[in-house]
Design a protein around this ligand. Structure first.
Ligand SMILES: Cc1cc2nc3c(=O)[nH]c(=O)nc-3n(C[C@H](O)[C@H](O)[C@H](O)COP(=O)(O)OP(=O)(O)OC[C@H]3O[C@@H](n4cnc5c(N)ncnc54)[C@H](O)[C@@H]3O)c2cc1C
Length: 285
């Protein structure tokens, strides 16, 4: 099928994009970033926006920089930008380890980090990274700019607290201390498919025990989130299989798993247990 007809707008600056979006939102206008989620849904006519505001010509949105201890990821930064570390240290390595799990290579050359956040698929790897590390999300509209913490951004399955006339201009990830360990693990039935469950773990060691643990789970609930119960099971313990098993059991017990045609709730809970343990083992390796 082909998309329903729409009007195409190609702003050259962020101000123009924000002004155009405000104008077309009442007529179901949408932002077009990489198009890797929006265009297929248009082709199936599950979405019929009457206007598209294409941000790909806005040079200032392609920014990828380090400022004030944060990695700034502009709205036009493609997934593929992370194939090689974009910053020295564990954060660059973590992003490179995660990106290869997102879809297939051609999709990664078009799809964007910020488009993934705006689209908010529960099984998006970048959404899990943002939720686990605590990203700041910067939204612009004609009313001005605001910063949204990830815990206030995801709002259930494919829903966010972005207003319809807000452009997500950039995401900011905190740089990780050089001694931060990380591990990511996901399960999908075929390479390139969305995962049925995934886990991301980071921690440091202080005097031989785990400090500052962060444990995020994605793909299992309506939105990815940190699991406080699993983090509590890790903090202050040596990084042993016993501690990882305790955290994995805590994560499995804490979640309220989705059920769909791909997996029952029980299977997803089981997957979360295994993904959590394996992510922690990878972090320790
Ligand atoms: C076969 C296939 C497999 C895939 N597998 C995976 C996978 O395993 N993991 C994964 O995470 N993703 C996967 N994807 C999705 C892919 O990563 C998309 O690139 C991503 O979800 C959306 O990014 P995009 O830039 O393409 O956004 P678009 O498709 O352009 O937009 C998606 C939505 O977000 C809105 N939007 C986009 N950018 C902004 C912005 N800056 N401000 C406000 N709103 C905005 C759009 O209006 C639209 O509603 C897959 C896609 C396909 C086709």
């Amino acid at each position: 099928m082909k998309p329903a007809s729409f009007r195409y707008h190609a702003p050259k600056t962020t101000d123009e994009a924000v002004a155009m979006l405000a104008q077309v939102v009442p007529e179901d206008g949408r932002v077009l970033a990489g198009g890797q989620s929006l265009v297929p849904t248009m082709a199936f006519r599950m979405a019929r926006p009457r206007h598209l505001v294409d941000i790909n010509g806005v040079a200032e949105l392609a920014r990828l920089a380090v400022e004030n201890g944060q990695l700034i990821i502009g709205a036009c930064t493609r997934h593929a930008a992370f194939h090689r570390p974009v910053v020295d240290g564990p954060l660059g390595q973590l992003l490179s380890a995660v990106v290869r799990h997102i879809a297939h290579y051609p999709i990664r050359t078009r799809g964007t980090f910020c488009g993934s956040l705006a689209h908010a698929d529960p099984a998006s790897e970048w959404c899990l990274v943002a939720a686990t590390l605590g990203a700041d999300i910067i939204a612009r509209s004609r009313r001005g700019s605001r910063t949204i913490a990830t815990e206030n951004f995801f709002d259930g399955i494919m829903a966010t607290t972005l207003a319809e006339d807000e452009l997500l201009v950039e995401a900011r990830l905190p740089l990780l201390a050089p001694d931060t360990r990380f591990g990511f693990y996901e399960f999908s039935r075929r390479a390139g498919d969305y995962a049925l469950a995934m886990a991301l773990a980071t921690y440091r060691l202080a005097g031989g025990v785990i400090a500052e643990p962060r444990l995020g789970v994605g793909g299992a609930e309506g939105a990815p989130r940190r699991i406080a119960e699993a983090e509590a099971a890790l903090a202050g313990r040596p990084p042993t299989l016993d501690a990882f098993r305790a955290a994995a059991d805590a994560a499995a017990a804490a979640i309220d798993p989705m059920e769909d045609t791909q997996a029952t709730a029980d299977f997803r809970r089981d997957l979360v247990r295994t993904m959590t343990r394996r992510a922690l083992e990878r972090a320790a390796a």
